[in-house]
Design a protein around this ligand. Structure first.
Ligand code: GBH
Length: 480
């Protein structure tokens, strides 16, 4: 890869609490909806649960040392609401101790903490009171943000309210593949609005609490180009508009512009979204943010027509009947474009990332700076002689970094990149079988082994830095 990046570019790696921490019942942690959901038979592949994660809770010192060896500038992690506020109301100081330790370890290693408050793990206690379908949950979220800020605000400057609200709202309440496992489009749209409201309330609360102290607050959305399968077919063009509306604009527009997109409102008119919107809500949702996090894995090649006979089935779970996460657009299908696919079945198309980043700058001219807060790929890794030669992941990484560099050249204001993920982890409904890490984790021993992709990433970071470390990754070299 030949791309160049600004010397100030932020290089990071990301994880999420429910995927890596484990220690699901330690130090007073309560159940999250993912703990409860994973116990339901058939909910998660292989019957896996987040209970052990990859033991990050007990190995954070080792993991931070690893980050340092790779030369990471930042670590994007999430706090578990159910650890901090186990019953949804009373703060658990012992739960906050873990994050306080982690933040100290990061600062000691000169790694910038990049904290996300919600990466899908609502306290089960709040779920039992209606969860995200209940407006009250948005108010509880702002209180939770305050509890975390009270403890960490002296050391953490970068705050993300939500990770990918569309997944928790629509895949969780409409598609049923994620916790809480509902298949109810009306509930899903209520969850969308209440998460938006929670975001805005938390942005305001954090700014109030920070006072004169510098603070940077944003949100991370997963954004996906909606590609019409046949650009000459009106049904496919309409499918692409609908998908872009539900997957991208339903989140971008309220947060950046303080409105719901008209065409999406029309598509979901019978599903009651606007019933939840009270006067003043959209102004709250659009509280100014300092950055927009972009998670990107793949494009969506979409059609408005049923699959042609004999067409190879896509591996996407949404293709299962009755599991569509698209309220009002259940008929969408995802024909293959014939591109190479990762172990998730997602098509690899790095140029989609370039296109997306450039488009955001063009279509939302007032938007804050962008950070790619997740990008990565799962492959069937094998450990051989203490190494993992994950050539596909190395190629995916290089190609996507080139795409980011190209987007910057074309005017996109991208300030950083976080690879997903630092570690192999609990890949939600797919369990531990799908490995996204640049560091391999042996589930039996929890031993960490940097894959070739970790070494490749370290080399990119070192080369991009103007501080004298250029060229030499700070991890031990191995025979390739
Ligand atoms: C991210 O979400 C998550 O933030 C992270 O926790 C996770 O581990 C990582 O990606 C890898 O999955 O239409 O049902 O076929 C993933 C974003 C958006 C990717 C929806 C899959 C299509 C799912 N996802 N997309 S489906």
């Amino acid at each position: 890869m030949s791309a160049t990046f600004p010397t100030s570019f932020l290089w990071g790696a990301a994880t999420a609490a429910a995927q890596v921490e484990g220690a699901a019942t330690e130090d007073g942690k309560g159940d999250s909806i993912w703990d409860a959901f994973a116990r339901e038979p058939g909910a998660v592949a292989g019957g896996d649960t987040p209970a052990e994660g990859v033991d990050h809770y007990h190995r954070s010192a080792e993991d931070v040392a690893l980050m340092r060896a790779l030369g990471l500038g930042s670590y994007r992690f999430s706090t578990s609401w159910a650890r901090v506020v186990p019953d949804g109301r009373r703060v658990n100081p012992a739960g906050l101790d873990f994050y306080s330790r982690l933040v100290d370890q990061l600062l000691e290693a000169e790694i910038l903490p990049w904290l996300t408050l919600y990466h899908w793990d609502l306290p089960q206690a709040l779920q039992e009171q209606g969860g995200w379908t209940d407006r009250e949950t948005a108010l509880r979220f702002a209180d939770y943000a305050e509890a975390v800020h009270d403890r960490l605000g002296d050391r953490v400057q970068h705050w993300t309210t939500f990770n990918e609200p569309l997944c928790s709202a629509l895949i969780g309440h409409v598609g049923g593949e994620h916790a809480p496992g509902w298949t109810d489009p009306v509930a899903g749209l209520a969850a969308v609005h209440h998460q938006h409201l929670a975001h805005g309330l938390a942005v305001r609360r954090l700014r109030e609490l920070a006072g004169e102290r510098a603070i940077s607050v944003g949100i991370t959305l997963n954004l996906t180009n909606a590609v019409p399968h046949d650009p000459d077919d009106p049904a496919d063009l309409d499918a692409a508009r609908r998908l872009d509306g539900l997957w991208n604009r339903l989140f971008l527009e309220p947060v950046l512009l303080g409105r719901y997109p008209e065409d999406v409102l029309a598509d979901v008119e019978h599903l009651g979204l606007t019933d939840h919107v009270r006067p003043g809500d959209l102004e709250t949702v659009a509280a100014p943010i300092d950055f927009l996090g972009v998670n990107h894995y793949h494009d969506d090649n979409v059609s408005g027509r049923p699959p042609a006979p004999g067409e190879p089935p896509s591996l996407r779970p949404t293709d299962r009947p009755g599991r569509s996460p698209f309220p009002g657009s259940e008929h969408l299908t995802f024909p293959s474009r014939g591109l190479p696919r990762t172990a998730m079945g997602w098509e690899v198309n790095p140029d989609g990332l370039r296109e997306l980043l450039v488009r955001l700058g063009r279509e939302y001219p007032g938007a804050p700076p962008l950070y790619v807060t997740e990008n990565g790929s799962a492959w069937d890794d094998v450990v051989e002689d203490g190494a993992v030669h994950d050539t596909e992941r190395v190629a995916y990484l290089h190609a996507h970094l080139d795409a980011v560099a190209q987007a910057i050249t074309e005017g996109a204001d991208v300030r950083g990149y976080f690879v997903w993920s630092l570690l192999d982890n609990f890949e939600w409904a797919w369990g531990y079988d799908k490995r996204f890490g640049i560091v391999h984790v042996d589930r039996a021993t929890m031993a960490r082994t940097p894959k070739d992709s970790a070494l490749a990433y370290a080399a990119v970071i070192a080369a991009a830095r103007a501080d004298g470390t250029a060229g030499a990754p700070r991890v031990p070299e191995r025979d390739a």
